[in-house]
Design a protein around this ligand. Structure first.
Ligand code: PLP
Length: 400
């Protein structure tokens, strides 16, 4: 067994499923699991809170249409990150009123989308001005950078002084001036501090939000974004929704009792719902070694064109070797697993948080033609990769 990572297990597929799906569809293939998406959504919906809670799925995590249709059937609403995502969500059955657009770039057809009924979150003064000029007298959400961020990596920390998302929390006066100029009513306060956030930091940010709310008398919805952690590797921890949501609820109840205001809550999980809910099945296409002081490499027929997270963040994904012919697992061996792109950065087994450093993983000895299942690929994989690099075609996505 590796000192760093124990042998991982399949999460929702059996070895037989892997062989059958690979034979039927070929590899690589993304496999989305209806049961897993449903389980994740229900685990949030099952938490009892006094404060009304709306779940908006952050569709940037995985906007596969079968996934969106399933999420819609589960009664979840949408956090869209571009005008294009809004249109995808509408195609998949979401009512425009159930979509909140929080985008870094104003869609060219913003007017048309708002007229359809979508809700708009202004993430800068420029956006607030543009929206105000188009829709004077309307309701609007403002995204505030609360001054504190938290993410599993700097690249996913979306608040604090080093993050260019939202309006800085000290500029509320200018927010009020701008909204007054266009007779806008600020009905929702939005913050999103990062992905894989530290729960304690996240709870502190709720307190910051409540202080902001005291200064924002027209707000009746607080949206605290996403960022809930999911254990992909067996030694990682998942955020306990039965801890964070009641904690949020208690703070809101106390706020209501103190101020006499009723505030409803929204969260925007992407990772939490999607990450554990899909896997990539790929194939060992080659093995190479670099001598007695080097490594043994497994080359797979996937890589950064399907899965960018290891190269981008040093992200860890469970790897499970499945013998092509249903043979008994061979003795374990340390491997570096790499992708098929002509790029030394296309490595799948890298050190946690450091894609510069290769990190061997223990797997049963594999042969060319065996399968590798990469788990934890439901979020920010198909929707966020170096698509088309080296001319590799787009990988098939199925729902089982
Ligand atoms: C505004 C907003 N809300 C929600 C999310 C979802 O975050 P996560 O996938 O960490 O839950 C993101 C992700 O970047 C985001 O930008």
């Amino acid at each position: 067994m590796s000192k760093l990572a124990p042998l991982e297990k399949l999460k929702f597929l059996s070895e037989e499923n892997v062989r059958d799906l690979a034979t039927k569809h070929g590899t690589p293939i993304y496999v989305n699991s209806r049961a897993m998406f449903t389980k994740q959504v229900k685990s949030i919906q099952g938490v009892v809170t006094k404060t009304p809670l709306t779940i908006r799925y952050a569709m940037k995590a995985n906007h596969n249409h079968d996934v969106l249709k399933l999420i819609h059937s589960l009664g979840v609403k949408i956090d869209a990150s571009s005008g294009y995502e809004v249109e995808e969500a509408i195609k998949c059955g979401f009512a425009p009123e159930d979509i909140l657009l929080t985008s870094q770039e104003l869609p060219k057809n913003l007017k048309e989308l708002v007229k359809k009924g979508i809700q708009f979150n202004a993430t800068s003064f420029h956006q607030l001005e543009e929206y105000g000029a188009l829709f004077p007298g309307h309701d609007v959400t403002v995204r505030i950078n609360p001054g504190v961020g938290s993410g599993f990596d700097r690249k996913v920390t979306t608040a604090g002084v080093s993050a260019g998302f939202g309006i800085w929390h000290e500029y509320l006066d200018r927010v009020f001036e701008t909204s007054k100029k266009y007779n806008l009513r600020i009905n929702r306060l939005h913050t999103h501090i990062g992905a894989g956030s530290d729960v304690e930091v996240w709870k502190n940010v709720i307190d910051i939000n409540l202080k902001l709310l005291e200064q924002m008398p027209t707000v009746d919805i607080v949206n605290v974004g996403g960022g809930f952690k999911v254990a992909r590797m067996s030694d990682e921890k998942t955020t306990d929704m039965n801890d964070v949501l009641p904690a949020l609820d208690a703070k809101l109840i106390e706020f209501s009792a103190r101020t006499g205001r009723t505030i409803s809550v929204e969260i925007e999980p992407g990772t939490y719902i999607a990450a554990p809910s899909a896997a990539i099945i790929c194939e060992v296409i080659d093995t190479v070694d670099t001598g007695k002081n080097g490594y043994t490499f497994i080359r797979t027929n996937t890589g950064m064109n399907d899965l960018l997270r290891p190269a981008l963040y040093g992200a860890q994904h469970p790897l499970i070797a499945v013998s092509r012919n249903d043979e008994v697992a061979k003795p374990p061996k340390e491997y570096i697993v790499i992708g098929h792109c002509c790029e030394s950065g296309d490595a799948i087994t890298v050190a946690p948080g450091n894609s510069e450093e290769l990190m061997p993983r223990t797997l049963p000895t594999v042969e060319i033609g065996d399968y590798i299942v990469i788990e934890g690929c439901g979020a920010y994989c198909a929707s966020m990769s170096a698509k088309g690099y080296n001319g590799f075609p787009e990988t098939l996505e199925i729902m089982i």
